[in-house]
Design a protein around this ligand. Structure first.
Ligand SMILES: Nc1ncnc2c1ncn2[C@@H]1O[C@H](COP(=O)(O)OP(=O)(O)OP(=O)(O)O)[C@@H](O)[C@H]1O
Length: 213
């Protein structure tokens, strides 16, 4: 398997506070990697650097053979997609949200594709015209994830996306991510504190005090 991601001597510092310290890591294409570690250890910071939302103080992230700084940010985000813990839906309806991935790619909206994506997370076609105010937290997270997944990224980063969800919603999210990983060989980097997710993880990496242990 090829290395899709290589993290080299990466550090991140804010003023005199070291948040990440000399991280070295290689991720192979198609891996499902779970990042664990105490609160405040630097997991989200590392994910945000990989997603190119913030820039490392030193060191580099190599994606598909090239430093991430060399990519056009909009294109990079289509290939390496970051899903937040607290999803925000924008606009008025679910459709506004599912249209967005088409818009940023200058593509015409295909409602059929959006509807079948909804079905993948157990939401029937009536959801497409629902107001964003009329859906539950768990449904919100499932729809937010579809924005990341309507056009498949090569790497999906999920940063505590199941925190606060009930067992049923957790299971739906889990099944969808497993399917993308197994059927589409999508590389997934997951941050979680969830005991059962950690127990069932294929590969875990522990971050403590800004370092891999
Ligand atoms: N821009 C910043 N300025 C100052 N401190 C920061 C900044 N970004 C992160 N930190 C600090 O860096 C540390 C690591 O934060 P980070 O969110 O990466 O941890 P985490 O492992 O994801 O935690 P959690 O599991 O609670 O989400 C924390 O102490 C945080 O307060």
């Amino acid at each position: 398997m090829k290395n899709i991601l290589r993290i080299k001597d990466l550090s991140y510092q804010v003023e005199d506070k070291k948040i990440l310290n000399n991280i070295n890591l290689q991720i192979e294409s198609g891996q499902y990697v779970t990042f664990i570690g105490p609160s405040g250890s630097g997991k989200s910071t590392l994910m945000r650097i990989i997603a190119s939302m913030i820039t490392a103080t030193s060191g580099d992230v190599i994606f598909d053979g090239q430093s991430i700084q060399k990519y056009d940010p909009i294109q990079y985000r289509q290939r390496v997609s970051y899903a937040f813990q607290q999803p925000t839906l924008f606009g008025k309806t679910v459709k506004d949200n599912l249209e967005f991935p088409f818009l940023v790619r200058n593509k015409e909206f295909v409602e059929k594709k959006a509807v079948s994506a909804l079905e993948m997370v157990n939401l029937d076609e009536s959801y497409i015209n629902k107001s964003v105010n009329d859906i539950s937290g768990g449904e919100k997270q499932r729809i937010a994830l579809l924005r990341n997944l309507l056009f498949k990224p090569e790497i999906l980063i999920t940063d505590e996306v199941t925190t606060g969800l009930d067992t049923e919603n957790k299971e739906i999210v889990h099944q969808m991510l497993t399917k993308f990983n197994q059927d589409e060989q999508m590389t997934i980097l997951r941050v979680t504190h969830d005991e059962s997710e950690i127990k069932n993880a294929i590969k875990t990496i522990t971050i403590k005090d800004g370092e891999i242990v």
